[in-house]
Design a protein around this ligand. Structure first.
Ligand code: 13P
Length: 253
């Protein structure tokens, strides 16, 4: 069975002590994570090492980076490489969040390089895709997302693609309080899985976790996650409040 995943994306929020308090509250309240489930915390770089220690051996619970650079090393002031992440035992990394695509001009081909680098270091890329509002209004969201997948993931082989987690995050639903309806989420997730099935085969596509992101909250998580092709969520704002994120974890299938 593919993994059901609750992933927090703190973005550029929380000081060290605020973050520690939040993590402590969630770890203390969440109980045991079942074998088919995972809880992931994508937190700011400066806290990765310490947070990994706080999580320790807690089962099926991981720390993620929010980004990595697309080159292995070199004169890229301020950047962080996958080698660095691997050296501090980071197992997950968000790749291609829409905020990075928009504010840091990340292209599909650059993201293909990041995916390759992550996989080469056994780091699971949480690959984000999703359309802006004008694309949704034009009714061409399926084609738009398909192109993102093709240009960043279709060079992989069947083994490699099964190491990737996909997060569908419609940009119009991020931080807006305007969640996609569970039908809209299911339609796109089904489309993504069928695109993957055409390229990699039905069995492979069935093994890939596809998360939904965009204004997921404690109150709507259960309905969204109950959709057959939705395997959990990538959560921004609501992951910054312990009780909200705990409810989201409890909503996993
Ligand atoms: P919100 O949950 O705040 O809408 O953010 C979603 C997101 O961008 C997660 O990566």
């Amino acid at each position: 069975m593919r993994k059901q995943i609750a992933a927090a994306n703190w973005k550029m929020n929380k000081t060290l002590s605020e973050g520690e308090q939040l993590l402590k509250g969630i770890l203390g309240g969440m109980g045991e994570v079942q074998e088919h489930q995972q809880v992931v915390f994508a937190i700011p770089y400066p806290y990765l090492l310490k947070s990994n220690e706080s999580i320790g051996a807690k089962k099926n619970t991981f720390v993620a980076a929010q980004n990595c650079h697309h080159k292995t090393s070199g004169a890229y002031t301020g950047e962080v490489s996958v080698d660095m992440l691997q050296s501090i035992c980071i197992k997950y990394c968000i790749v291609g969040h829409s905020e990075r695509r928009e504010y840091f001009s990340e292209s599909n081909s650059m993201l293909a390089d990041k995916v390759n680098l992550c996989l080469s270091k056994s780091i699971v890329p949480i690959f984000c895709c999703g359309e802006p509002l004008n694309v949704r209004e034009a009714g061409i969201q399926n084609e738009f997302v398909q192109q993102q997948l093709q240009e960043s993931l279709f060079h992989l082989d069947a083994d490699a693609i099964q190491q990737v987690v996909i997060a569908y995050e419609p940009i119009w639903a991020i931080g807006t309080g305007k969640t996609a309806s569970s039908d809209q989420a299911q339609d796109m997730h089904k489309h993504i899985r069928s695109v993957l099935a055409k390229q990699f085969g039905q069995d492979v596509a069935g093994n890939i976790s596809i998360l939904y992101g965009g204004s997921v909250k404690g109150s709507n998580a259960k309905e969204i996650f109950s959709q057959p092709d939705v395997d959990g969520g990538l959560v921004g704002g609501a992951s910054l409040v312990a009780d909200e994120f705990l409810q989201i974890i409890k909503s996993l299938k």
